[in-house]
Design a protein. Structure first.
Length: 387
């Protein structure tokens, strides 16, 4: 686990220094994390990244190298840096479970801790949970559009860096994807991997048929062939069928074909006709090529004969909605045993937070279907306020 203690904004540390100098750093406070608008223009958001945030919390410490760097900034006193040397998170964190569906303005995570601890973790919390929740929500929308067909996460090469590709793959799985092409994510998170071959494999051999024969020879029991390198209907599909017939003779079951370009609706239907005619009606037709929930919905409505989907760029980057605006706001502060609710006032109503030490209760009907969420003050707070 990397030490991410300095994964923060500078003003978090300058505020910590100020709290320390004014001797209020040990005051107990309550912060809420919530979002104001759902991710991906959706009607819900899937919370993701909680596990990584807990790992971050458990590993917070200022190393000697960290402290030397902070000293070099000439912003902090030696006394404050000495104080940071023994930093350890000792507060309480209350969170919904990974993968929970949540809605705007509901606390998805509440921190109750000494002020200096609660303040420091804000930036890391937001960068971890905002991104992973965004991708999990996007993935759920894509999987919903696929109507039960398996969806494979293919986005690593288009992700905004290694961490986004790797943790995005994990989030996509939580959002409903069946497998990922990201080998590191498979190792780290024990999630299923999937992959076949690229156009370069086909181009390397003298003929397309030779390329298919070579691939089938190496992976006879997992032979899914990319058929659009040259011409799907006149070359790729006929060559694939030749390979499939040879595999069957040798006791293997062909996996399928993949279409990565062209008119996916037309090509998939034409391929399906030929595959059915040749006795390969159970062969999978996988589509890729810049897909998202909108293109999948369109292809489904047009009757495309596609039964699995490889989704990359628009999933891993959430291309049409590139950020989740999750925020972390002070909601209450303790004076002894008394809780004082805190509120931010703004001319923009959206920016006003719900004050107080709160929890969310989900209400279910007799059929065990969720009907509403209720944001409630904690009972102890109600007692303190004599309500």
């Amino acid at each position: 686990m990397r030490n991410l203690t300095l994964l923060t904004d500078l003003y978090q540390l300058t505020m910590l220094n100020g709290y320390f100098e004014k001797n209020v750093h040990e005051d107990i406070v309550v912060f809420d994390m919530f979002f104001r608008k759902n991710a991906c223009n959706s009607g819900y958001t899937i919370v993701c990244g909680i596990e990584q945030f807990v790992e971050y919390i458990n590993n917070i410490h200022f190393s000697d190298e960290d402290l030397e760097y902070l000293k070099s900034l000439k912003l902090f006193s030696d006394k404050f840096l000495t104080f940071l040397k023994d930093f350890k998170f000792t507060g309480d964190i209350y969170s919904v479970e990974e993968g929970t569906i949540m809605f705007p303005n509901e606390p998805i995570l509440t921190v109750k801790a000494p002020l200096y601890q609660a303040q420091l973790i804000e930036t890391a919390l937001l960068t971890i949970v905002n991104f992973q929740s965004l991708i999990a929500t996007k993935a759920s929308r894509v999987c919903f559009a696929a109507q039960g067909d398996p969806v494979f996460e293919f986005g690593l090469r288009r992700a905004q860096g290694p961490d986004a590709g790797t943790y995005g793959a994990r989030a996509a799985m939580i959002g409903g994807c069946s497998a990922t092409a990201n080998v590191l994510a498979g190792k780290l998170f024990d999630i299923p991997l999937i992959g076949t071959h690229a156009h370069s494999w086909v181009q390397k051999f003298d003929t397309e048929l030779e390329a298919f024969e070579a691939y089938a020879d190496i992976y006879p029991d997992k032979c899914l062939l990319l058929v659009d390198t040259y011409n799907v209907l006149n070359s790729g599909l006929p060559n694939a069928i030749k390979i499939f017939k040879d595999l069957e003779k040798n006791g293997y079951k062909p996996s399928g074909i993949r279409l990565d370009s062209g008119d996916l609706q037309y090509l998939s239907k034409e391929c399906k006709k030929v595959l059915d005619k040749e006795g390969f009606s159970d062969v999978r037709i996988t589509a890729s090529n810049d897909l998202d929930e909108y293109t999948i919905t369109s292809l489904k409505s047009e009757g495309a004969a596609i039964n699995s989907w490889g989704v990359g760029t628009k999933l891993i980057t959430s291309a049409d909605s590139p950020s989740l605006g999750g925020v972390y706001k002070l909601a209450a502060s303790y004076k002894g045993d008394i809780i004082q609710p805190k509120i931010k006032i703004s001319e923009d109503p959206e920016k006003i937070n719900n004050p107080g030490y709160k929890k969310v209760v989900r209400i279910y009907n007799k059929n065990n279907k969720a009907e509403a969420d209720l944001i409630m003050l904690m009972m102890k707070l109600l007692m303190n306020l004599n309500l």
